[in-house]
Design a protein around this ligand. Structure first.
Ligand code: THG
Length: 369
């Protein structure tokens, strides 16, 4: 496969860490929220093993924040998500599907409650800021909505805890999963959450003070030497094994939260008010016609750049593969696929054509591990 460069411009934004990761050997970029997102540092498989054993620093500045501040901030955030935030606490993160009036997914961000009247929506790849502004205008809400200067650095992997302790002390590791607090580095406070887009453990540092963030970046690499620290990025295989969904890849505006297995984050029986509630009640009553599932395919290579049809023995299309890659753990290709009813059952067999060769596969539960 030939590789191409991404042409940089003001529109495809660099991050404060771009020059650093380029010196450290980034080999591929994706674009996320109109910003460069590193996609590889050499071999995906080597990075996968390294992430599961050591510690990595990720430039995930592309996970932009939508700040909502003002008297009606809580009302607006709740209007956008089907997750009940009425008992939410300051200092906590919440994974929240955002849906439209037809219950189609708009995004699946992490929401941070900074204050009763100040929230950050840490968005996946879609323009939530425009949706939020539209709603606020239509509802005449008293809020200010903008993208603050926040560039997340993720510290991920089993040795992330010891590395963070060395810089910030044990208070960071004592935080609960999805909790956040402010911690000082050389006189500057940084918001740090125990979270991240891997299941190997770790933190996310919401860098607002760029100068201090860059010094912190260098410090993480300096003190991380003894933990075999390396630059990294969200790892396709690790995240599929862990069933961390990727908006735009695994699901989009044509899918609802039930179809994506996000039932845990849908709260239809409390008296909160959110967009798409009636539609979701209807879906709950009628049931779904498709479902996101895991798949295992009998091959050792795949590159998914668009949906690939899955067919049964009668050559009927029964679903589509949306993400996939070779898993060193299963020694096969694993993926995330949308299966049509009634084919979304575990052990359902299918065929898939990759580069004119046909392979066999079967459906399984998420997460893989
Ligand atoms: N961190 C931050 N912002 C983000 C992401 C992130 N924005 C974009 C994208 N990632 C949003 N998507 C997800 C998907 C899953 C999770 C986080 C963000 C996640 N899920 C856990 C799980 O599925 O086990 C926990 C969910 C829960 O129980 O609440 O962590 O990574 N800042």
């Amino acid at each position: 496969m030939k590789n191409y460069y991404v042409a940089k411009s003001r529109r495809v934004r660099s991050t404060p860490y771009t020059s650093r990761i380029e010196n450290q050997g980034v080999t591929a970029y994706s674009v996320y929220n109109h910003m460069l997102l590193p996609a590889a540092f050499g071999s995906l498989e080597d990075s996968y093993h390294h992430l599961k054993e050591h510690v990595q620093i990720w430039d995930v500045a592309g996970e932009r924040q939508v700040e909502i501040i003002g008297k009606d901030a809580a009302k607006l955030v709740q209007l956008m998500t089907c997750r009940d935030l009425s008992k939410s606490k300051i200092g906590r993160c919440y994974y929240c599907p955002i849906i439209d009036d037809k219950a189609g997914l708009i995004n699946d961000p992490v929401v941070l409650k900074l204050r009763e009247d100040r929230w950050w929506i840490s968005v996946a790849d879609s323009d939530v800021i425009l949706f939020a502004k539209g709603l606020a205008i239509g509802k005449n809400f008293d809020v200010k909505i903008f993208e603050p200067n926040v560039d997340i650095l993720a510290v991920q992997g089993p040795k992330s805890f010891r590395l963070m302790e060395k810089i910030f002390g044990t208070k960071t590791t004592e935080m609960k999963f999805f909790g956040f607090d402010y911690f000082e580095f050389e006189g500057v406070k940084h918001l740090i959450a125990k979270s991240g887009w891997s299941k190997q453990g770790g933190f996310e540092i919401y860098v607002e003070n760029t100068k201090s963030g860059l010094a912190l970046y260098d410090k993480l690499f300096e003190l991380g030497k003894e933990f075999n620290v390396k630059p990294g990025c969200p790892n396709l295989i690790e995240r599929i094994e862990s069933a961390l969904l990727s908006y735009g890849n695994d699901m989009d505006n044509n899918d609802n939260p039930f179809e994506c297995g996000l039932d845990k984050f849908v709260h239809l029986d409390s008296n909160i008010n959110f967009l798409g509630k009636e539609k979701l009640k209807e879906v709950r009553k009628k049931g779904i016609n498709k479902k996101l599932m895991g798949v295992i395919i009998d091959t050792n290579e795949i590159s998914v750049s668009k949906s690939i049809n899955l067919t049964n023995d009668e050559n009927l299309i029964i679903g589509e593969l949306r993400s996939g890659g070779y898993s060193p753990h299963f020694k096969k290709v694993i993926g995330i696929a949308m299966l049509n009813k009634p084919y979304y059952e575990v052990s359902q067999k299918f065929k898939i054509s990759i580069n004119d060769e046909v392979f066999e596969g079967k459906v399984c539960d998420l997460p893989f591990i």
